[in-house]
Design a protein around this ligand. Sequence first.
Ligand SMILES: *Cc1c(COP(=O)(O)O)cnc(C)c1O
Length: 355
Amino acid sequence: MSNVNIDSLLRENIRQLKPYSSARDEFEGDGSIFLDANESPVPMVDLPKGINRYPDPLQKTVKAKLAKLKGVAPNGIFLGNGSDEAVDLLFRCFCNPGLDNVVVFPPTYGMYEVCAAINQVEVVTSQLDENFNINVDDFWKKVNNQTKLVFICNPNNPSGNTQQRSTIEEIAKSFNGLVVVDEAYIDFCAEESLVPRLNSYPNLVVLQTFSKAWGLAGARLGIAFADSKIIAAMNKVKFPYNVGLPAIALAEKALSKVEELQQRVAETKANKEWLVEQLSSIPGVERIYPSKANFLLVKTASATKIYQNLISNGIVVRDRSSQPGCGSCLRVTVGNAEENSALVAVWSNIKNSEL
Ligand SMILES: *Cc1c(COP(=O)(O)O)cnc(C)c1O
């Protein structure tokens, strides 16, 4: 059990912050005539019913459904405009600009560093080893008294692997700041989420999202699960109406289709296996890293030229070759059967003479 005190970890100004109190925050009871928020009394013709009204600042209906699905209390859930909003809020709540630092494990998701830079917070890196595992000794060397957050992407983007659970829990147990485990791809893998472990680690924050397996990237809805004190701080700092009504409605709809989610995850897995088989027989493809997510990291001769060639055929993948430990690597999202076939057809047609 970590004995991190969340109150003392918070920035002093955030601890003392009196949040903005919106019209819908102040109202309690059963109103039927709402003249408190300067909204339009009606939506435009053909636009969704209720869209003229501000949404619930705390998205209680979705949180109730999520709480049930994930086995947590609703006050242990934050919802935001993508999990990127949660990442930014953690910086704003816990990191003093120009003073504190965070640790990230490259190669990894780029938003941790961008949010750090925006918030003027130093990023200390502890590079993953050649198999993209955390080097625990190196990590502890990088931590100091000003280290407030550690970001562990699990499964990791762009490498697709997961860290040993014992490594993550060991860090959560002994680190005197918040351990943020980004589980954007957890629905694709057999490993269990760390959400059930939140009770043991009050300094653990688990990020998930509706953008990947749930198929709602366009809705912008991310999730943070954590101790209610951390969630309360995030709610205090967030914009009052940070999630729109359409996103809330779509998430509720999606949450009633858990079986379909599982079916889609199974399809993605089968498509991934097909893609691995096909890509590995293409000359020049040197290595396909084992992936527990919905993408593959592919080491190939002339990565940047292959990237360009695919683009000229209308196929867009991600060139990760400039990332630490990812020399000559492309990151390829698993598409549907048709998209994957098109990728394989174009890639296997690239002639050596074109590289
Ligand atoms: C895609 C992705 C996200 C999702 O971000 P949203 O803002 O929720 O769309 C978060 N973390 C990682 C590592 C990702 O790859």
